[in-house]
Design a binder for this molecule. Sequence first.
Ligand SMILES: Cc1cc2nc3c(=O)[nH]c(=O)nc-3n(C[C@H](O)[C@H](O)[C@H](O)COP(=O)(O)OP(=O)(O)OC[C@H]3O[C@@H](n4cnc5c(N)ncnc54)[C@H](O)[C@@H]3O)c2cc1C
Length: 478
Amino acid sequence: MPLNDSLTRRFRKIVGRPNVDTGTAELLTFASDGLTLHQAAPECVVYPQSTGEVAAIVKACNRAGVPFVARGAGTGLSGGAIIDGGVIIQLSRMNQIIYLSADNRFAIVQPGVVNSYLSLQTRPYGLEFAPDPSSQAACTIGGNVAENAGGPHTLKQGVTLNHVLGQTVVMADGQVATFGGPYLAQTGPSFSSFLVGSEGTLGITTEVTVRLVPVAAGITTMLATFADPAGATDSVTAILAARILPSALEFIDQLCIQAVEAHLKVGFPTDAGAILLIELDTDDERSKGQAETIEALCREHGAIDFTLAQSEEERQKLWLGRKHVAGAMGKISPAYYTNDGVVPRSRLTDILQAVYRIAGIHKLKVANIAHAGDGNIHPLILFDPDTPDGADRALACSEDILAACLEMGGSLSGEHGIGLEKREMMARMYSGADLAHMRRLRNGLSPLGLLNPCKLLPEGARCGEVKNGATLPEGTWL
Ligand SMILES: Cc1cc2nc3c(=O)[nH]c(=O)nc-3n(C[C@H](O)[C@H](O)[C@H](O)COP(=O)(O)OP(=O)(O)OC[C@H]3O[C@@H](n4cnc5c(N)ncnc54)[C@H](O)[C@@H]3O)c2cc1C
């Protein structure tokens, strides 16, 4: 059913005519996020510029009974920012750094600020925003908050949750609330923290107060090369067990190396079974000694080569390679599907072996990268979308890998979220009682179920009914 004209007119009044899209071609560009396997177009995209405009749009949706979802850059990998009909509230015009206090180490930003842009602006003050997803050149702070994003350097600094001090949020009914703030004297439960990672299902973040951390005075970047992937994963476990906390500890296997080298030629060894990219903040003598210990541990576990980046240029080249692994997959496969699972760090070798075994069962190739220090694996499952069951086999392979993560005491997602993609698997990770509590919280904050429906929690019987004009009895929404 097309959106009714009066709602579209209302949006135009709120944000101005050029900031409302209803054309078929424009809407198609919003039909998927980074996941791409799930596609569904909205009926309208609205581009607000302020908290007040977001609140007015949300209230209008509520009055019309129309579902809506917030969207940042659309780089999400779990289908979180797509909606089948309804309204996308696109936050890219809300892209201002509102306030920066270098002395107090915080910034207040709008949600559409791009992740890497924020650190670019704060580095002249010797500060940065620590969470650094590989998508950081495009993804937004609002999306990072919603997904509780991680990245190579969150091993030492912690994920987005650890860097959000407060938020202004437009709640599902259009009311505006502010939780937390830049200073320590906050009282009551930490509602801001509760919203981090809720995948845009409980409110729309319109301002974020983020913690900034000092840029490290010295950085040592190391590349350890292994003939056998197990040597690399065993080294990760050994380094962490030795009470050393690198700022990054990234695993890259042979297929990824070959794809990157075919794409960029950063100097990764193409005949290696796997490499570790290890980074250490080396501000003092003690940490300099740690670099030597890391080399010794890697060699003990079979490293055949161990080198240090000799310049900032060399360091940037190595990171260029790591951050472009996903993009390089196009060199070796027409399509791939990104898995995101977590295991205890001590089970890294076991899960990697399981991944290769499961790939064999499904007769698929899987290339592996991992934020290994966090036990966060990203098998990239290669498939041919032109074969009738290509995508289905990739999804089945991914499900088996996640089941193996759960069996090892891990989790369904380290950073990409549950979204549409994994919601049915939530029942394998949480008990019925756990899920019932989550539903109660969601029902309480979003009783009409119009905000980002059908995401995160297993599908309720009424999920499909949240379409234009459908009004649900209070409390029955999933
Ligand atoms: C190549 C590639 C590499 C990646 N690497 C990483 C990585 O290393 N680490 C990592 O964590 N992720 C990674 N991702 C996943 C993705 O970039 C992150 O999840 C990112 O945080 C999403 O931000 P976004 O602005 O694109 O959000 P979107 O995709 O637009 O939205 C994601 C979810 O957030 C919600 N949302 C967005 N903005 C708001 C808001 N203001 N208020 C409420 N809800 C909101 C949406 O409704 C949706 O549910 C990668 C993705 C790609 C394509």
